[in-house]
Design a protein around this ligand. Structure first.
Ligand code: BES
Ligand code: MN
Ligand code: ZN
Length: 495
């Protein structure tokens, strides 16, 4: 999908499809009004007849409208005038683009920057519109032997700008495109099955990313992890025939003296549960258990694509969690890189085991902040569903920054407690801690476990078990929280 920003007026736009907006009651936005006038009142007549409702989610397609250069017009419903929210804006852009894409049009011009959203700047709308356009065009059909409708769908979207499209608006649209590319990369990685998306594949993908954007990429193998003493990570990979990897990405966009932000992504390319085997139903979904890793690579794609003036480090511990004769067993005790010992009571609580060693590894960067991203607990899905990502942090200011970035990116998080009271649940009679804390507050005790390895820097943990993918008929990776993380890093770059 190609994106651009151009100043054009709706009646004169030479496009296969002009996407316009109308509010409930047939109230037309300025561009829609201009098209209505040029066409001799066609839109107003459709509103009177009841075809053009302006209801949120609706999208009316007009073929060969009179008096305008566009071959088609789509009128997206914006709901009640004055009530348009950021979610409503994004939904209307998506509905308009989907209607255009379902026609034979290959390009569209989107007149959405005049759809007013309270408290959201036009530059931000430009970013969201471009991002939504990229996300609506996304397909994952590379594993089908026959691709359907190859010659359909939109190949180009022009975002119509007010008369003098300033440089800031251009930059905002370019940022939206960069985030869109990052989200698409994360979705691709999530959607790839575990026989293709192995730890080795993730490392190769990181290296390709490094070449595209001039990043330093280092990949550690088992021997190097053994030298570092990553006993927790190595316990998880023991049952698997696929070799584990520890991927390090470094993007240097700012002078060396600036402390980096470190992103740590859980990269379990398949989670069977290990000896504590999961039930068979929906186990295929555990191919997404590397979505944290995918979101780290996706964020690097976006941040490096924007050339943001920040230093960013990505750490991706990656392996499979498999049962076998060599697998780690319940009750086994291992020593993590930090020196703390862990009694592994449930081999299905493996995410925290690979993450804890990565959190210790992060200390060498003297980080400004460390954020780990993980499909960590089913309990988080029960707590927050598929709407909000669970946020835990040892610094309230960092948590607030992430909450705000999530709102702005429309990739929201909810701040959960990390009180010491919960730490008790991790007590072990034999080791420094157990790797599980029982059923109550499972997402909190998982975060408590991680917090014991993140004492030396400001740290936040994002549990994306509910938000990284969708189940059901339209199942697939969502690319969350690439937009949130990128917004967060943009905020750091501006500061
Ligand atoms: N990858 C899973 C978490 C998960 C479960 C993500 C369902 C998405 C949907 C994780 O490794 C896991 O198995 N967690 C266990 C922890 C438990 C054994 C303490 C869980 O949530 O059941
Ligand atoms: Mn598990
Ligand atoms: Zn897992």
């Amino acid at each position: 999908m190609e994106h651009s920003l151009k100043s054009v007026t709706a009646p004169r736009a030479r496009t296969a499809c002009a996407i316009l907006g109308a509010f409930e009651g047939g109230l037309l936005t300025p561009s829609a009004r201009a098209v209505d006038e040029a066409s001799g009142g066609q839109l107003a007549a459709l509103a009177r007849r009841g075809d053009l409702t302006g209801k949120a989610g609706s999208a009316l397609v007009l073929q060969t409208p009179a008096g305008v250069a566009a071959e088609r017009v789509v009128v997206a419903g914006l709901g009640k005038q004055g009530d348009l929210t950021l979610k409503g804006f994004r939904d209307a852009v998506a509905a308009g683009l989907r209607a255009a894409g379902a026609s034979a049009a290959r390009d569209a011009t989107l007149f959405a920057l005049e759809w007013p959203v309270k408290d959201v700047a036009t530059t931000s709308l430009a970013q969201h519109a471009t991002q939504v356009a990229a996300e609506t065009a996304y397909r994952f059909d590379r594993l089908k032997s026959r691709r359907e409708d190859e010659a359909r769908g939109l190949a180009r979207v022009v975002l119509a700008a007010p008369e003098r499209a300033g440089a800031t608006l251009q930059a905002a649209a370019a940022q939206g495109a960069a985030i869109g590319a990052g989200v698409a990369l994360a979705r691709d990685l999530g959607n790839l099955p575990s026989n293709l998306c192995t730890p080795t594949y993730l490392a190769e993908e990181a290296q390709r990313l490094g070449k595209r954007h001039k990043l330093n990429v280092t990949v550690l193998d088992r021997r190097q992890m053994e030298k570092l003493g990553m006993g927790a990570l190595l316990a998880v990979t023991r049952g698997s025939a696929e070799p584990a990897r520890f991927i390090v990405l470094e993007y240097n966009g700012a002078p060396k003296k600036h402390k980096p932000v470190v992103l740590v992504g859980k990269g379990i390319t398949f989670d069977t549960g290990g000896i504590s085997l999961k039930p068979a139903g929906d186990m295929d979904e555990m191919k997404y258990d590397m979505s944290g890793a995918g979101s780290v690579l996706g964020t690097f794609e976006a941040v490096a694509g924007m050339k943001l003036p920040v230093n960013l480090v990505g750490l991706v511990p990656t392996c499979e969690n498999m049962p076998s004769g060599t697998a780690v067993k319940p009750g086994d005790i291992v020593t993590s890189m930090s020196g703390q010992t862990i009694e592994i009571l449930n081999t299905d609580a493996e995410g925290r085991l690979i993450l804890c060693d990565a959190l210790t590894y992060a200390e060498r960067y003297d980080p400004a902040a460390v954020i780990d991203i993980a499909t960590l607990t089913g309990a988080c899905v029960i707590a927050l569903g598929h709407v909000a990502t669970g946020l835990f942090s040892n610094r309230d200011a960092l948590a607030a920054e992430l909450v705000a970035a999530g709102e702005a990116a429309w990739d929201r998080v909810w701040h959960m407690p990390l009180w010491d009271d919960y730490q008790e649940q991790l007590k072990s009679p034999f080791a420094d801690m157990a790797n599980i804390g029982g059923r109550p507050a499972g997402s909190v005790t998982a975060a408590c476990f991680l917090s014991r390895y993140a004492r030396k820097y400001p740290w936040a943990h994002l549990d994306i078990a509910g938000t990284a993918w969708k189940s059901g008929r339209d199942k697939g990776s969502t690319g969350r929280p690439v937009a949130l993380l990128t917004r967060f890093v943009m905020g750091r770059a501006a500061r």
